[in-house]
Design a protein around this ligand. Structure first.
Ligand SMILES: NC(=O)c1ccc[n+]([C@@H]2O[C@H](COP(=O)([O-])OP(=O)(O)OC[C@H]3O[C@@H](n4cnc5c(N)ncnc54)[C@H](OP(=O)(O)O)[C@@H]3O)[C@@H](O)[C@H]2O)c1
Length: 266
């Protein structure tokens, strides 16, 4: 999570604190001594901030734990923002969350969105498709012996760097008090996407397209995870990112391990 102090007319931005965005930014995370669940360090981190970008995530995707995390974190954060006079709450959610309410994890994201909408802080909710970095976790969640069993439903993943650029742009724009979707440039059937990854990593497991395979406990269709008609699209193509990511990891002697977060429940 980031708390940003935007430049104001007549206000000089203190040079030592400047982020690459050109204005001071406080990064907020438990490993940095700030916790939206316990409230530790929150008031200090938000002091003087005009914008908060909430990208905190639940350490657990289990239904009850995820709901408790997003409700508690959202309540504490929004209350601290009101106290600090924050003018814009920018939060990252998931494309299709309101179509996927059969899964506790997406119910938790919708609960987070509802708290934001009910708060007195002006807001922008950015719903993103799955990050490229998350595809490894999706593949492993589909592992079934020497095969990977995945839905052939369409997905339109995005590079997390492109999501960060969109968030940075929106942080310096007025709040829309609504929802904006961001997605990658190309849709793929999920099983084909996994096949590309296994091929480039020389993983010999087979990918089996299975319309009944579950994603966070849900059977998918082509509308489950794809954006509406006018998403903001990131420029990075999956194939290019995959090639670069593989090359980087090979140079570091790590192999390809682009996982992020806990694997989705099957
Ligand atoms: N991954 C995806 O494909 C995807 C797609 C669409 C939307 N999203 C949304 O994007 C957001 C970020 O997802 P991600 O995959 O980047 O998550 P992530 O890699 O798990 O990162 C989560 C961040 O939340 C911080 N955090 C955890 N508990 C916290 C607490 N109590 N107080 C303050 N910060 C806390 C962590 O801090 P530490 O570093 O200190 O642990 C970490 O920086 C989430 O809201 C998620 O729902 C993700």
């Amino acid at each position: 999570m980031l708390a940003a102090q935007l430049p104001r007319p007549g206000l000089t931005t203190p040079e030592p604190n400047k982020s690459h965005l050109g204005f001071p930014v406080n990064a907020v995370a438990p490993t940095l001594g700030v916790n939206t669940i316990t409230g530790e360090g929150l008031a200090e981190a938000l002091a003087g901030a005009q914008v908060v970008i909430d990208v905190a995530n639940s350490p657990s995707f289990e239904d009850k734990a995820a709901l408790e995390f997003f409700e508690t974190s959202g309540r504490n954060l929004l209350a601290a923002e009101v106290a600090a006079g924050v003018e814009h709450h920018l939060a990252l959610s998931v494309v299709g969350a309101d179509r996927l309410l059969g899964s506790g994890c997406f119910r938790a994201k919708v609960a987070q969105e509802n708290l934001i909408k009910a708060s007195e802080v002006a807001y922008t909710i950015v719903r993103s498709t799955q990050f490229f970095e998350f595809v490894g976790s999706i593949i492993e969640a589909g592992a079934d012996g020497d095969a990977i069993r995945l839905s052939p439903a369409l997905v339109q993943p995005i590079a997390s760097d492109d999501v960060a650029v969109a968030l940075a742009d929106l942080a310096v724009a007025p709040p829309v008090n609504g929802t904006i979707e961001v997605a990658g440039p190309e849709p793929f059937p999920l099983d084909k996407l996994a096949g590309e990854v296994l091929a480039i990593t020389e993983d010999s497991r087979r990918v089996i397209a299975d319309v009944h395979a579950r994603y966070f406990g849900l059977v998918l269709n082509d509308r489950s995870l794809t954006p509406g008609d006018n998403p903001r699209t990131g420029p990075t193509r999956f194939e290019d990112w995959l090639g670069q990511s593989t090359a980087r990891n090979e140079t570091a002697g790590k192999g390809w391990a682009p996982t992020s977060g806990a694997p989705p429940a099957r």
